[in-house]
Structures are given as C-alpha cells and as structure tokens.
Design a protein around this ligand. Sequence first.
Ligand code: SAM
Ligand code: SF4
Length: 332
Amino acid sequence: MINNSKDKAALTDWLGRELSYLRISLTDRCNFRCRYCYGSEADNCKADQLTDDELKIIIKSFSLLGFDKMRLTGGEPLLRHNIIDLVHYISSLPENKVVGLTTNGSLLKQKLEELIDAGLNRLNISLDSLDRDTFRKITGRDELSAVLEAVDEALRYDVFPWIKVNMVVMRGVNDNEISDFANWVLPRKLDLRFIEYMPTDKTDWGSERFLSEAKIRELIGIGLKRDGNISDVSGPAVRYVVDGYPGRISFISAMSHEFCRACNRIRLTSNGDLLGCLFQSESASLRDMVRNGNTAEGIARYISEIVQDKNMRNIPCDKGRDYRPTMYRVGG
Ligand code: SAM
Ligand code: SF4
C-alpha cells in the first residue's frame, strides 16, 4: 500500500511493516573467494546483469516509493565500473538520505575519496581475520594489509557516523580471534559487528561452522554494556559499549534471534530480482519490468502491489525450511 503521509515510510507490506531501505547488489562477481560465501560451485549471471540505465530506473522507482536508504553490495560492489556515477545518482535523489557501501575493502583505499565526493555516507567493511594466514585461508587472497589500510584510510574522514567492521564468526576457523578483534576495535572509533555464520548455498563450509551469539559473548571476555544511544538503532544489530573506550561491539544474530517483524529492508540482485528477505526462495523480476519498457512510476506501482503478496515477504521465512541463500548474489 502506498502511504502519502510525509513522516512515514511510503510503502507498507502485507504485515504492515514500513519498507524504506533497499539493498542493491551491483554484481555477483567478486575478487575474493570466501569459503563461506563463494565456494567452488559458484557461478555468475553477468549476461543478465542490469545495465546502469536499467538500474537507475529501478532505483528511481524505490525513491518514488519513499525509500530513503540504499546500500550497495555484491559480490564485490567496487568491481562495478560506474559505481561512482551510481553513488552520485542515488545521493542526488530528493528522498535519499543514506547511501551505504558494504565491501571487502581490498579496492577501497584508492576509491574512497571519489566515493565520498559522490555522496557515500555509510561504510561497512568485511574483515574476518587479523591473521594473515587465516585471512588467506578464508578469502583465498593475500589482501589483509590492503583491507587494514582501507580501514585506517576511512577513519581519516568524518562523513561516516560509524565505520562498521563485519566479522563472520566461524567455529574452528576464526573463533580463536574473538577477543583479539574486541581488543583491536575498542581503542578505535569502529563498530565491530560479530555476525553469526549462516550456512549458504554453493559454499564449501556447512552448519558445523556455526557459533551462536551466546558462545561468542563468552569468548569476548570483556564486560559489555548495552549502548544507550538511540539515534542509530535501525536494523538487526544489537550494540554494546565498554566504559572508557571509543569503539563499540555489536551482534547480528540472524540464526539464534528473530528480528523479522521489525525488518524494513528489501533486496535487489544484480540481475534485477527483488527479494523480500535474505532467506527467501521466491523473487519477482524487476528486470523484466524495465526491459518491457515500464517507467519508474509503473515499476513503483508494481512493487507496491507485490509487497502485498505473502510469498514475497514470508514469515516464517524459508530459514525455517532449511533454505540456503546464495550470499554473493543477494548481497548479504
Ligand atoms: N563483498 C562484499 C563484502 O564481503 O563485504 C559485499 C558482499 S558480502 C555477500 C556481504 C556480507 O555478507 C559480508 O559482510 C559477508 O561477510 C556476509 N556474508 C557472506 N556469507 C555469509 C555467511 N555465510 N554468513 C554470514 N554472513 C555472510
Ligand atoms: Fe566476495 Fe564478499 Fe562473498 Fe567474500 S563475502 S566472496 S568478499 S561477496
């Protein structure tokens, strides 16, 4: 349903949830081969990838629906050639307030200034190990120093309210680094997010790698206090601080916790499939809509109809039915 009230998200779904945040996967290609995301069976659908012009029409349709937050992800979004132009396009939309990027960080340092000039104002960098050998074992690439340099570079700018560092915790792989990560982040103004590992499709590692938030907390070994600052509470992360330190620690626990009822996001894959949820097997093709000549207004009408379809945003979601998302395609 389209809602014309100015102070609310314009689009509500069949459960009455207000949708205002679009995650856009710019490519399903990646220069890393993370074992938990992009396994030996991974394949690409580059032939079907939306062109920049098609993507802009779809992005505009979300803006018409009142979406004020968009995040670019992938695959590795910095592999997309015209990313600077796309960031600029999104940040110039009248509705848009937040333009985010989730990146593996390896190509970030050299592009950061241009991205910020184009309007980037939120940044998440994935970093699963501070040890060179473990980093290489997880990602298949010897790029730890490039990622750490990108984090340092990003800290020089004050446009990001918080730079978020995503660490997926995996049993027997990097769970021995949990307290090292906490000690590394706390003296820096970084938000470290411990993410529960999710078994995904086309990967080499299975559910034996899972470690619950409760176990991660035990291994941190530092007293955490719930962050009382409520100015930045949207999303699934639960945040903590440690007295006397600028850094903060958060948990994203999609496996052991349920936050579906407060979810405000929707996901677009690089080939134009719209997904109501990461754990969803059904999608609707906006690629077909745009290739059939529909305008941004027409696509906005279509989106507002399909979010009323129970199959588009399914609770309980396919997580309960053992569905495994293809993370490098959906974008996390
Ligand atoms: N390539 C970029 C990156 O790594 O940040 C963006 C895409 S990646 C799919 C987005 C996020 O999904 C990353 O933070 C990554 O760690 C997370 N992710 C990928 N596979 C995951 C899994 N099996 N469980 C939990 N998080 C996962
Ligand atoms: Fe690439 Fe990100 Fe997946 Fe790693 S997590 S393979 S960097 S898309």
